[in-house]
Design a protein around this ligand. Sequence first.
Ligand code: ADE
Length: 460
Amino acid sequence: MNFHVMTLFPEMIENGLGESIIGRAAKAGYISYRAVNMRDYTVEKHGKVDDYPYGGGAGMLIQPQPVYDCYQDITKDMKTKPRTIYLTPQGKRFDQKMAKEFAKEEELVFLCGHYEGIDERVLEEIVTDYVSIGDYVLTGGELPVMVMIDAIARLVPGVLNNETSAETESFHNDLLEYPQYTRPPVWREKEVPQVLLSGNHQNIVKWRLEQSVKRTEVRRPDLYAKYQKKQSIVKRLSKKKRLYIHMMELLSRGLGEVLYERGMDIVLFEPESELYMVCAESLESAKYLVDKYLNSAGLVLTTSEVVVQALEEKKGMHICHKVWQYVYTLKEPLPVKHKDIRRLTMEHFAYVTEHYDMDDEEYVRNRIEKGQMFGAFVEDRLVGFVGVHAEGSCGLLYVDESCRGMGIGQSLENYIINYVKSLGFTPYGQVKEGNVASIKLQEKNGLYMAEEPLYWVGYE
Ligand code: ADE
């Protein structure tokens, strides 16, 4: 990913970003950034770039010519018009969601204002996004640009290591971080909470969640209100946990957002795979939801036959897969007989794309880069894999033909269930008709099937 910053103070950007993780990521080639001095493009003698505002008023404005010529030079080799962000207190407020959206771009251009602003005509010509980093006025756009680049760059694969990005993925959305402690165990008579020294991972996960909730309630009532709304939906869905586990987990893992909720008419959206999860109580409400929220939907996962019917009638979509959901309900981890299972890296990308029967390399790349794929190795050779899908279900299972019947598949399945459990989540997965019996056999191990099926609806 390449960041281009148009500024009158390029050293500020170069010095600010050159240090620490972002500087290291640039040296390693995961990202690049460059600060371009707009003053170098002025046609005025003495390097002047500003002038008085027409109509009067305080201060000076940056003229359009140096800005535009600088922009033309930066973008001359780009195939498409890049997103160009003007930093201004009048912009849309920057947040994590926006950072995630910008992190998908290959090129980003930033324009830093100074003085009283920039001539409106050039902004109209080049700017695609007006962004503010908060409700206060700074002297220029350089500090906001550095804030944005830092927040966006850390989401680019490779900038943080795999482990850390997997942690980020599992961060409980809408909640603040729990308190953390390191050595010594007693400092100025203050003790580290006992549970953290107990070695009991489940209790630690539970304690941390409680602390996050408490802290959010006190420090960020706005986030807490959002969290409570999600919890109220989760509670409604929990009446049929096995059927609705995908929606419950999407919300509690912070992987998606609520587009609509009223009773059991609910629409959720998972941005990574652009997946809509829907349930509706009647055909009438299903039609309403399809009209209002599913207009641009290409893929819908639903528990309701009325939603399938509405999607067929209104959008010409049809059922691609009918699946049954299973949930792992026990506290104990499952036994994993095959010992050599490791988190996969991009080194294994070719093997996974070659053997996984979904024709979507970008998706496989995303899962590996997010640290959500694991492989079984025999004598250092990768012979199978398993993973967590973007919407949260366990899946992506494959075992090499040469190694089937050795219990490796079972080990991978159990491993991924234990992994999801260790993050404090409820493991679940989906199986097609032919596999229902095999899961049913596993009820004694804590895997329970939903009584009703789910439908994947699309255009394929
Ligand atoms: N320029 C000056 N103040 C700013 C702010 N709060 N956010 C973005 N750009 C700015």
